[in-house]
Design a binder for this molecule. Structure first.
Ligand code: LIP
Length: 258
């Protein structure tokens, strides 16, 4: 079934690439929250093909079916994660599909068609990038760690969220090697899985941003918690903390009191 998922995502990747390099219709869901005609077109293609191949699974998807209540046997789709990058031709954007069976992780693919990087995982069978096994880093020293984060769209109208972003940077930046904000949660989590980043954190991500990356990171030996160090719930928790499993407690220490 993972190969079927990969082939469907690769097919959708052709439409993704067409949109990336060509003119597109851009609308605003919020002050910073963009959506293009290609987000909708890629999502529709994925829904059509995936529901044909994964019978009995329903869909939770960013642009059309975002009702979390249905979560059980679920295909969780972000057709274009990193839409701002997609619109501005920054090649850090991806199709993200996480498939859950009885609410448990099952299959995952995160595909950056622009750089032709396909991350995949099946539970208990490891995580891969373009067919090569990937593993998290072994870095145990926060001061030597390269950390990724993101900035929520809500920073426009929600001062508490903006304050969190700024306070987290103020606390963590002096205590790590450096921080990167590249603009795609699914790819940022996959880069932790590949050992490029040692951790990633962000508030207000949506389930479709992280559903696939969570599966891939765990299969690469990483950990996913909330900012209190408890098990992360992608539907309920405000902050996601994805790490190599070595620096998680050091990171919560900085995040938990913000
Ligand atoms: C994006 C996330 C990113 C976050 C952006 C945005 P989208 O998802 O992947 O981590 O910082 O604000 O939420 O909206 O491009 O699918």
């Amino acid at each position: 079934m993972l190969e079927i998922l990969k082939n469907i995502v690769l097919e959708a990747g052709e439409l993704f690439k067409e949109g990336y390099y060509n003119n597109k219709k851009i609308e605003f869901k919020g002050a910073k929250d963009l959506v293009t005609n290609y987000d909708v077109a890629v999502e529709n293609l994925l829904i059509e093909k995936l529901t044909q191949s994964f019978e009995g699974f329903d869909v939770i998807a960013e642009e059309s079916k975002n009702n979390y209540e249905t979560f059980y046997n679920s295909i969780i789709i972000d057709p274009i994660d990193g839409t701002t990058n997609f619109v501005n031709k920054v090649p850090h954007c991806a199709i993200s599909v996480g498939i859950y069976k009885n609410k448990k992780p099952y299959l995952a693919v995160v595909y950056n068609p622009i750089l032709d990087e396909l991350y995949s995982a099946q539970v208990d069978k490891g995580a891969y990038c373009n067919g090569k096994r990937i593993k998290v880093s072994q870095e145990e020293d926060l001061q030597l760690s390269l950390i990724a984060t993101g900035f929520p769209y809500t920073s426009v109208e929600n001062k508490e969220d903006l304050d969190f972003v700024l306070k987290a940077l103020e606390k963590i930046l002096p205590k790590c090697q450096d921080i990167r904000r590249l603009g795609s949660a699914s790819l940022d989590i996959c880069m932790v899985a590949k050992g490029v980043f040692d951790a990633y954190y962000e508030i207000n991500t949506n389930p479709w941003d992280v559903a696939a990356g969570i599966i891939i990171l765990k299969e690469a030996g990483g950990c996913i918690f909330n900012s209190l160090g408890e098990e992360y719930n992608m539907f309920e928790d405000k902050c996601i903390v994805a790490t190599n499993g070595k620096i998680d407690s050091l990171l919560y220490k900085e995040l938990k009191d913000i």
